[in-house]
Design a protein around this ligand. Sequence first.
Ligand SMILES: NC(=O)c1ccc[n+]([C@@H]2O[C@H](COP(=O)([O-])OP(=O)(O)OC[C@H]3O[C@@H](n4cnc5c(N)ncnc54)[C@H](OP(=O)(O)O)[C@@H]3O)[C@@H](O)[C@H]2O)c1
Length: 300
Amino acid sequence: MSPRPVILIFGASGQVGVELQRSFTNAGEVSALVRKSADFSRPEDLRSIISTVKPSIILNAAAYTAVDRAESEPELAMTINCDAPRVLGEEAVKLDALLVHYSTDYVFDGSKKSSWIEEDGTNPLNTYGRTKLAGERAVQDVGGKYLIFRTSWVYGPHGHNFLLTMLRLGHEHEQLKIVDDQFGAPTSSHAIADATRAIVDKALANGFESGVYHMTCGGETTWCRFAHEIFAEHHWQKETKVPQVIPISSNEYSTPAIRPANSVLCNEKLKSTFGVALPNWESALGKVMSTMMPRGPKGP
Ligand SMILES: NC(=O)c1ccc[n+]([C@@H]2O[C@H](COP(=O)([O-])OP(=O)(O)OC[C@H]3O[C@@H](n4cnc5c(N)ncnc54)[C@H](OP(=O)(O)O)[C@@H]3O)[C@@H](O)[C@H]2O)c1
């Protein structure tokens, strides 16, 4: 009988990190570390942690994800999003371990009219995207056994995300102005973690090719239509007031970091390689919201 895999999760307090702990709970011996015990702003410190735990699988959900703040902290963002993953890659190679790393749709500039495939040219518009792309390249340069999953518009029942922001603002305001000219695919942390588990199981059983794979929920929408769907799902709580959602353009909502106009990713490679597809974004949203709120009758 082969030994139970030793699985090391970084970023255990994050949206994806929390869900990875759920999805991998029975997959082996799991160690899940938060920032206090594995600080990615000090990448060299990660070496002794990894050589002590001796994982056969490293799941890296830690990242500098504050897209706007990254514009004023580019060096810290680069250390966490590029230098630290490079160290993870180097230590994984020493142990012949599999490194699973996550990247972003923001490696693209948004200029394509259709969905982006893995081979499309990258051209990040903001610091966060540049540091994440550098992280992808660092992991690829090191080589070994790695899977880089580019995902997008991540949300879930905890952490900082659009869903929770909308639910909070929806209680505070009667009208919300939401950007309606950026296209992407909202992707639940739950779906990312379950897909990661399914893929890791298949990869270890059947072998795999290291590389970059797109991993988002199916379909596409805008932030404004995402907000509409959130409040539609929310509506079955009779007592909940639903705010009016007003579409605006990106020009009317200025942020320190520029976002791509179209960052919809094509998931065909993930499906054809591993036979795994995430649910459509609307059904994933419904599933997440049903776990967050008590079921009640539909409102009038
Ligand atoms: N969020 C999105 O919309 C989105 C979109 C595309 C791709 N992604 C990618 O998906 C992956 C998971 O993202 P997520 O949404 O789960 O992010 P998240 O909720 O912001 O969680 C980030 C995690 O990284 C940890 N972290 C931050 N700085 C750290 C440091 N210096 N040392 C150690 N840990 C540190 C955080 O710890 P604390 O709790 O202590 O802060 C947290 O556990 C990331 O690679 C991200 O780039 C995310």
